[in-house]
Design a protein around this ligand. Structure first.
Ligand SMILES: Cc1cc2nc3c(=O)[nH]c(=O)nc-3n(C[C@H](O)[C@H](O)[C@H](O)COP(=O)(O)O)c2cc1C
Ligand code: SF4
Ligand code: SF4
Length: 250
């Protein structure tokens, strides 16, 4: 079984492609939590985790899921992780290992388009296409390695150090206080529908962030059809990234 978490589609794309190439099933962790998926029968001897790196570590939902005794006690004999990133995954795999109580047999870092519009300009359509092409080719090799139960453990002192210093920032930025919809919002409700954390509700025709913290996945900002969602003052002039927008119209 391949478990994935994804804000803007990169990790979902990777998980779904790996599921096809390894004749397994993939399931969205957020769908398990919000009850839209009850049960999925995938391979029982293989367990995969595919997700984006956040501040050099794990998305909160992935950490919570991997720490759940029901998941930890039912891992396949062979465990792998594929962590998608814009640049580098640092020691996010070590955090996963800690949550699971065991090292993944295979740990791979997969560079994909950058989606972190809050801190910088996300990948342009051209850069995103290039990165997706390379990632697509790398996924073929990763699938081969998984099919052969290949072993690859990444480790480095420097990676651990980066995660130790960067990850606490994630906790701070997960606040929902700085999200707001500007005057372009037409109340369509799409953001409420796609939020993996169910952190948004439409009240009187406007989105309201109803939890104090969220996953900080940027799906709402990147996918609002009106580009109406802002986080503080940083996102107004920036572009947006979502995987399905890249090949539109071609
Ligand atoms: C909150 C947040 C933090 C991020 N931190 C990092 C990071 O530390 N290193 C990095 O290379 N990419 C980072 N990124 C970029 C994403 O990991 C990358 O674009 C990923 O492929 C997005 O996956 P998704 O489309 O499945 O959500 C971050 C993105 C977000 C939203
Ligand atoms: S998706 Fe955008 S336009 Fe639609 S309700 Fe949310 S903020 Fe408003
Ligand atoms: S509120 Fe936005 S950034 Fe936060 S989890 Fe939901 S979709 Fe992601």
């Amino acid at each position: 079984m391949i478990y994935y978490f994804s804000g803007t589609g990169n990790s979902r794309f990777a998980a779904q492609k790996l599921a096809v190439l390894t004749q397994d099933k993939s399931v969205n962790i957020a769908s398990i939590y919000n009850g839209t998926v009850k049960s999925v029968e995938g391979k029982s001897d293989v367990t995969g985790f595919v997700f984006p790196v956040y501040y050099s570590g794990l998305p909160e939902m992935v950490k919570r899921f991997a720490s759940n005794p029901q998941i930890k006690d039912n891992l396949g004999e062979y465990v792998f992780c594929v962590i998608t990133c814009g640049g580098d995954t640092a020691a996010a795999d070590k955090q996963l290992a800690k949550a699971l109580g065991r090292e993944p047999d295979l740990s791979v870092s997969l560079r994909m388009p950058d989606n972190y519009v809050i801190a910088y300009e996300p990948s342009s359509a051209e850069e995103a296409r290039e990165r997706l092409e390379k990632a697509n080719a790398k996924l073929d090799k990763i699938a081969e390695a998984i099919n052969q139960h290949g072993v690859y453990i990444r480790s480095s002192f420097k990676k651990n150090l980066v995660t130790t210093f960067m990850y606490p920032l994630y906790g701070l930025f997960r606040t929902t206080l700085l999200y707001k919809a500007d005057s372009k919002c037409n109340g369509c409700g799409f953001c409420e529908k796609i939020c993996p954390d169910k952190a948004i509700e439409i009240k009187n025709g406007r989105p309201v962030w109803v939890h104090k913290k969220c996953q900080h996945c940027t799906a709402c900002i990147n996918r609002c059809p009106q580009k109406a969602i802002q986080f503080g003052f940083s996102t107004k002039k920036r572009g947006r990234y979502y995987i399905a927008d890249i090949n539109k119209g071609e």
